[in-house]
Design a protein around this ligand. Structure first.
Ligand SMILES: Cc1cc2nc3c(=O)[nH]c(=O)nc-3n(C[C@H](O)[C@H](O)[C@H](O)COP(=O)(O)OP(=O)(O)OC[C@H]3O[C@@H](n4cnc5c(N)ncnc54)[C@H](O)[C@@H]3O)c2cc1C
Length: 329
């Protein structure tokens, strides 16, 4: 089985999520040469190597992330390289690009996998992911080639001492792939929002102040309110899985067992019940403030300050108080 992994990089090398996914795919294939990582960028040679082959596509248009363009380029690479499976991390980028590429290639997509395996009989890729809110684990076998899947970061270990011995291959694609007039998939509002969110969750794990929202916010606009509060307190916005599953905010913001672990000085939980899986991600926070309609919600027991009431009433009042106290820049 040959894999192609959509790579994500910083200026100095691959992101951990890319590396762990590429190495897991290489292990599955039983051969490091059977998994290539795709590098889309402006520069021909990024100047570093991976433990698996790197395929680079270079074009000035790739200097800036644009989900529709990246999806077209990925689809064109799949046409040329003909992998059996295409993988991306379930990050903001992977979640924006892979579904659009799958639509172009007329393939299915399994989103948010937590494990991958090889089908011992048919030899295809088994895509494993929680379903029905995590109450069952579904194993999905797709008959369409290439199999396409996004995989949650940290689903596989990322070995520390890997060797940068992989080759680099430069792939040249037809010019019209980069031509915006050839757009087949237009950038959806969801993709645009996902790009905006990239900056929003950066530094969440090390933030001093985290404002987290849950299903009790009732709609996506609740996070605009929380973003205002976070901006005014110099903090970051996080979410419970309930809010992520409602589609109000990206998974990158999720705090908890299957999300990020945060340890801020101040953690404000708004409309979050406080399930054990959520508490696992913020247990070490300094001061916890909870806003919830239900005084018996578990988060209220875990909080230093429990405010009983409607989030849509209390958060604006807190903003007003802060304004009066002169906390705004
Ligand atoms: C394997 C596994 C892993 C998981 N990993 C995670 C994880 O990483 N992170 C995570 O968060 N969860 C995780 N969960 C899910 C977890 O069990 C809960 O289902 C989830 O945390 C619930 O999200 P919530 O608190 O937003 O929603 P709910 O449980 O629905 O709670 C909503 C809360 O909002 C309150 N509310 C309602 N309306 C208002 C209002 N107007 N104003 C104020 N309050 C209001 C309600 O009283 C309630 O307490 C995991 C589950 C499993 C099985």
């Amino acid at each position: 089985m040959r894999f192609l992994v959509l790579g994500e990089f910083t200026d100095t090398g691959p992101r951990e999520a890319t590396l762990e996914l590429a190495l897991a795919a290489a292990r599955l294939a039983g051969d490091p040469l059977a998994c290539a990582v795709l590098h889309l960028g402006e520069t021909a040679d990024p100047g570093w190597r991976l433990p698996v082959p790197l395929v680079t596509v270079t074009h000035p248009a790739l200097a800036r992330f644009e989900a529709g363009l990246f999806a077209r380029v990925l689809a064109a690479c799949v046409g040329t390289l003909d992998p059996d499976a295409v993988l991306a991390s379930a990050t903001t980028t992977g979640r924006a690009v892979l579904p659009a590429a799958a639509a172009l290639l007329r393939c299915g997509l399994t989103a948010d996998c937590t494990d991958l395996a090889l089908d011992p009989e048919a030899g295809g890729l088994l895509q494993i992911r929680p379903a029905f809110g995590g109450s069952v684990v579904a194993t999905i076998a797709s008959s369409v080639r290439p199999r396409m899947a996004t995989v949650r970061p940290r689903s596989f270990p990322c070995p520390a001492g890997w060797l940068a011995t992989g080759s680099v291959r430069r792939l040249t694609l037809p010019a019209d792939v980069f031509d915006p007039r050839g757009v087949v998939v237009t950038q959806s509002a969801a993709c645009a929002r996902a790009e905006e969110e990239v900056a929003d969750f950066a530094g969440l794990e090390t933030a001093e102040v985290v404002i987290a929202g849950g299903r009790g916010l009732r709609r996506a606009a609740g996070f605009d309110l929380l973003r205002t509060l976070a901006a005014r307190l110099g903090g970051r916005v996080a979410a419970s899985r309930g809010a992520v599953e409602a589609g109000w905010i990206g998974h990158e913001h999720q705090v908890g067992l299957s999300g990020r672990v945060v340890s801020p000085r101040l953690y404000v939980a708004v409309g979050i019940s406080g399930a054990v899986q959520h508490l696992a991600g913020m247990r070490t926070a300094g001061t916890v403030v909870a806003i919830n309609r239900d005084p018996r919600a578990p988060i209220m027991q875990a909080a230093d300050l429990a405010l009983v009431g409607d989030a849509w009433e209390l958060v604006p009042r807190i903003l007003e108080r802060l304004e009066r106290a002169g906390r705004f820049p």
